[in-house]
Design a protein around this ligand. Sequence first.
Ligand code: FES
Ligand SMILES: [Fe+2]
Length: 336
Amino acid sequence: MQLAQDRWYVVLSTTELGNAPLGVRRLGLDLVFWRDGEGRPQVAVDRCPHRGAALSAGEVIDGCVVCPFHGFRFNGDGACTAIPAHPDRTLPKAMSLAMLGSREAHGFVWVWTGPTATPTTPVPFFDLEGWWYTGSELREPVATHYTRAIENQLDFAHLPFVHRSTIGRGMDPAMDIETVVDGDHIRAFQRASVHGASIEVLAPNIWRLKTGPTWSFLAMVPVDDQQMIYYVRTYQRWTSWAPLAWLIGTLGRPLTLRVLRQDTPPVVSQPVMETRLKMDEVLVPSDGPIIAYRRWRDALRRELDPWGDRGRRTRRASSSPSTGNTVGSEGGDRGD
Ligand code: FES
Ligand SMILES: [Fe+2]
C-alpha cells in the first residue's frame, strides 16, 4: 500500500491492545500487535518466520509473542529467543520478525512508515493545552480508501448538500475557501464565516473541527486499499473531571454518528482508489484544501516495505518457498 513516507500513522486505539496478541489488518498488511516486557506496543507482520503461521493466534509470555504452531518466541526487537524443539542449538539470525516502528501516545498506537529506520519526529497531535478528551470513542469502518475519507473531511462544499438536515442546514452553497498549509498541517476555512470554524488535517491521518468549546476529532486509519476505519473522539474545554467529560462526549455521539453516516453513501460511490493530484477528476476552487492535501501526499508517497533492508528488519518474499535454512547452520541467515 502506498503511504506517506517517514510519518507516524494512527492505527489503533490503546484500548484495543490488551495482554494478548492482537491480529488486525492495517496499512495494507496483516499485522500482530503485542506489549513487550516493558509494556510498550510492538508490531510485526503477522507471519511466523518458521513456517508462516499467524502469530496473533498465539500468546504473550514475558513480553515475547509466542507462535501457536511450534512455540517459537520473539521479543520486542523481533528476535527469536526460543525454539522449543532445539533448546541447545544456536538461534538463526534469519529467524526474526518483520517489524515496524511503533509508539503509544494520546491514547493511540502509532506506526512509523519509514524508509528511515529510526523515527526522528515526534508523533503529530493538536495542541491539547486547556482541552480534555471526553473518553468517548466510536469506530466506524467504511469501504473506501482512506485518502477519500480525508478529502471528504476537507470539503466544505458538500456540507449544504450531504448534511442539509444536520450541520449544513441553511448553509449558503456559494463558497470562498482559504487553505493554509504549514508543513504537515493543512487548515481550511471559509473567508466569510462568522463562526470562524476551521477544518484541519494534521497529516498523515488525523483531523479536527474546532467549534467553540469542543473539537470533533477523527483518525482516518488505513486498513488497505479498499477499507478504512474512522476513530471518532470529542475533546472539550469545560471540565477536566473525567465522568462529566465522558457524559459530554457520550451525549454528542448520536449526532456525530448521524453526520458521519450521511457522508458514507456519496463517498463509497466514488471509485475506491488512492487519490492523486493527477487523476480523472475535474477540480474547482472550492476543492482547494483537497488539492493541497494531494500535493502534500504526492511528494511523500511510497510503498510500505516492512521487509526492507533496515537494521531490525529482514527480507523474505512472501511467496518464496523454503530457503532451506536450518537451526544452527550458517545458512540460517537470509543473507540479504
Ligand atoms: S510456524 Fe511458528 S513456530 Fe512454527
Ligand atoms: Fe461530511
